[in-house]
Design a protein around this ligand. Sequence first.
Ligand SMILES: [Zn+2]
Length: 428
Amino acid sequence: MAHKLLIHGADQVVMIAKNGERSLSGDFMRKLAVINRKTEEIGVSIAVDRNGKIFAVGTDDVVRDEIKDFQFQRRIFASGMSVIPGLIDAHTHPVWAGDRVDEFSLKLAGASYMQVHQGGGGIHFTVDKTTKASTDELYTGLVNRLNRMLRCGTTLVECKTGYGLLWETELKMLEVINKAKTKEIIDISTTYCAAHAIPQGKSAEEATDDIVNNHIPRIDELMKSGRMSVDNIDVFCEKGVFNIQQSEKILRAGKKIGLNINFHGDELFPLNSAKMGAEIGATAISHLEEISDNGILEMARNNCVAVILPTTAYILRLKAPPVRKMIDNDVVVALGTDFNPNAFCLSMPLVMHLACVNLHMSLEEALVASTLNAAASLKKSHTHGSIEIGKYADLIVLDAPRWEHLVYQMGEQDRVIKHVIKSGDVVF
Ligand SMILES: [Zn+2]
């Protein structure tokens, strides 16, 4: 059987890393492993085996010797083009019914997130619509969004539940995500996020007990019986939502059944959740607009990934998270769209643009944060996030000789993308 794919003659291949690094921090985020065209005749090649994994990468002359007279199902001559790893979106809420376009205009008129939330809008509006929606309706919506993400270059995405809050709807959301995980092209990392808000009529304490004593044991059973795979546990650790003690209780219970701790912290009010997360072995913490200096040091020391969400701070006009300080202190920084009905953005290239302009990240840092480091936030950087031998051939071929065009061509990013490749198959 022929091998899957040979890309050859490219002007540039951005490997990100070349020594099997699982994440990059500090100065290393600016030192990308890049292979550039050698001469006018000799570009850069990537060869993909029949299992969809990369088995050779280098200049055309070197790779030619390695592939000898192998057959390939498809060849792409990429002269004038560049290739980067598929983008990884480290934080999304993609399963829901009912949009919140009305709320967007309220917020433009000055309402804060918490004002909308307390007025019966926000999460509870979506919870109501999602609870009433059928499984099929939710699945159709999810697949539409996943395909749009794929078009924008995302090949691995973290997907949260969290618009059910109560077990029945949370289970429905898990089933919808699980179906997409087995049927759709894009790779998915599933996050259980019933602790996204306090269900109406319950206290935070009651909601915590319900999740710890009822939801998590049921998830454990579903996972053990092989009916479902769930990867991460999440909590909205925030003043007026779940406090530090409640958050810690839920996260520890999730960890006990084998889930990775990956939660919302220090977004609107400083609770020092970064410190708590680092202490209980969190893989990643998202938002961190209000992280303390001590929290930054704890995250760096414990190799806990900071998932930064530039769209949220931009749409809600929050203060920007101190990303420069995090990078300068060796915190592993990743990026995500935070796609949800409050922040409707599916595009990682646009997120990278916002990260560069509003959060003062360099182009290289934004790319590492959207590939290898995002993979690390999902414990998948041994198989995803860089163009290295043995990893999945999740690639984007850009119709530009240098990769920076993907971020530079503002608002037109999806037009810079020529092909999206998932495990060696051209899917767009
Ligand atoms: Zn979120």
